[in-house]
Ligand binder design. Sequence first.
Ligand SMILES: Nc1ncnc2c1ncn2[C@@H]1O[C@H](COP(=O)(O)OP(=O)(O)OP(=O)(O)O)[C@@H](O)[C@H]1O
Length: 301
Amino acid sequence: MSASQLSDTAPVDSRPPATHPLGAREQQTASTDGRPTVLSVADLRVEAGGTELVRGVSFTVGRGEIVGLVGASGSGKTLTCRAVLGLLAPGCVRTAGEVRLGESDLTALDRRGWDAVRGARVGTVFQDPASYLNPSVTVGRQVTEALRLKAGLDRRATRTRALDLLTSVGLRDPETVYHAYPHELSGGMAQRVLIAIAVSGDPELLVADEPTSSLDALVQAGVLGLLRRLVAERGLALLLVTHDLAVVAELCDRVLVCDAGQIVEQGSAASVVGAPAHPRTRALIDAAAVWHREPAAGGVR
Ligand SMILES: Nc1ncnc2c1ncn2[C@@H]1O[C@H](COP(=O)(O)OP(=O)(O)OP(=O)(O)O)[C@@H](O)[C@H]1O
């Protein structure tokens, strides 16, 4: 079986994006439009080798809200996410700041505490899905493993739940996908499987770091549509890291613009993308416009 035999033909979600409140720009520590706050980050600072790389980042993500963290390469998006998730690489240290999930102080968690939170209350999706799936284990076993760890279900119920999950992420032939190995999946299918695993514990928060940058445009649209549907159906809070302003404009309720480890602008996606106030935001938009003007045959992509 090959990726071409397993088709990822879930229809592209063509619904219009949820309407965004187009009110005034929020302040740096704005509330989330009256939604219950799920994630709250205040004055987060990360250092490596004596250099401060994340410099006092503050934001919130509310229930059912999609917040985009956007910025040029090296601006500190991934470090911010990794610090939120307690997944900083050796040598990187959170030197200050609060990270709260609901009432829980995530900065106080030890390894066991994180094991209980990650996968259960917080799901993660990263770029390059293939590298997050075990190549020698079938999809079904990887999904059921995740479910067994979290839900304590018996074997039969776990299998049924896994198939339901694979269906819910838009995989057309869940039974076939269940028995497939990761190399038999296309990139879009693998990302849908990872999203299924990420939401298997029914998390409150999903952190997705460039979840579609390794996918081509059509597959990307499908995966973004899936994320939007999961947020709406499950009331998830989604923190989405991306360098792509088109993704922000299409999907996000609010956007945070990161530059040199700081949030330099934030507001509703419509206001930030439509009327950027900060030179860095304007530079990102100009760069995206140049990119989209490049002829496809130019060989840049
Ligand atoms: N483990 C590390 N040790 C030292 N410096 C690091 C480490 N990880 C990241 N950095 C530096 O921190 C800065 C922010 O990196 P980060 O990965 O957060 O950027 P980013 O905005 O996610 O970029 P990209 O879009 O390219 O992934 C960069 O200058 C990077 O070189």
